[in-house]
Design a protein around this ligand. Structure first.
Ligand SMILES: C[S@@+](CC[C@H](N)C(=O)[O-])C[C@H]1O[C@@H](n2cnc3c(N)ncnc32)[C@H](O)[C@@H]1O
Length: 217
């Protein structure tokens, strides 16, 4: 994987945005979001081969906690060190064993075939197309044979805000609250292209416009 797939300055501003956003949070968000697809996540991973599940861009870790509460061996990664601290705090409060690590998606350091499953909830939207492409390839390598990927891709970028666009359509926000944040809405066609060499089991659209994509290696 290349060092950075976007101008390094732009990418650094994106990292700084997430660090700032998480540094202002004093305690983990311990309320699980009311998402209709939570039971499906369990069903998909329960039917997968046994092994660790990677929670990509885990934030303060609600999905890792949800998985661990349900008996999965969860590994949560996020580039924001403070988010990972919050996740560790939460896991400790519940005496859950979760492997939280600070890692940038563009430099994942796990060995190939480490995971039985990977979940990416509301995270690809924060990658450029090129980085998303490289990430899909990397995730496939990280999965064990027959491993399963579960992604939720939000319908984003239609609200108000100040930004400029990169060539691939990624928004780079310039307004005070979100300065530096990358945001990109992936079309169904793009999602199919990103996962073209996987076996796509499901590509569906929720009422919110978010897409669920489930694919196996
Ligand atoms: C919209 S939040 C989603 C968090 C969580 N997955 C959820 O469902 O609530 C995006 C998360 O991805 C993290 N993030 C953004 N870009 C990342 C990158 N390149 N590598 C690792 N984490 C990243 C942010 O710090 C943030 O916690």
């Amino acid at each position: 994987m290349s060092e950075t797939v976007v101008n390094p300055h732009v990418y650094q501003e994106n990292i700084d945005f997430w660090d700032r956003a998480w540094n202002g949070v004093r305690a983990p968000y311990t309320q699980l979001p009311d998402l209709e697809y939570l039971p499906k996540i369990l069903e998909i991973f329960q039917n997968a081969k046994p092994g660790p599940i990677l929670d990509l861009g885990c934030g303060s870790g609600w999905l890792s906690v949800f998985l661990a509460r349900n008996g999965f061996d969860a590994v949560g990664v996020d580039l924001a060190a403070h988010a990972i601290e919050l996740g560790k705090m939460w896991a400790e409060q519940e005496s859950l064993k979760i492997d939280f690590q600070v890692q940038d998606i563009s430099h994942l350091t796990f060995a190939d075939k480490s995971f039985a499953g990977i979940i990416a909830n509301s995270i690809f939207e924060h990658l450029t197309y090129e980085l998303a492409e490289q990430t899909a390839t990397k995730l496939k390598a990280l999965l064990k044979d027959g491993g399963v990927f579960f992604g939720c891709f939000d319908m984003v970028g239609t609200g108000p805000g100040e930004y400029y666009k990169l060539e691939d359509g990624t928004h780079v926000y310039t307004d005070k609250g979100r300065k530096g944040m990358l945001l990109r809405c992936f079309s169904d066609e793009e999602l199919k292209r990103l996962f073209a060499d996987w076996q796509i089991k499901e590509l569906s659209t929720l009422e919110s416009g978010a897409r669920i994509l489930i694919a196996t290696k």
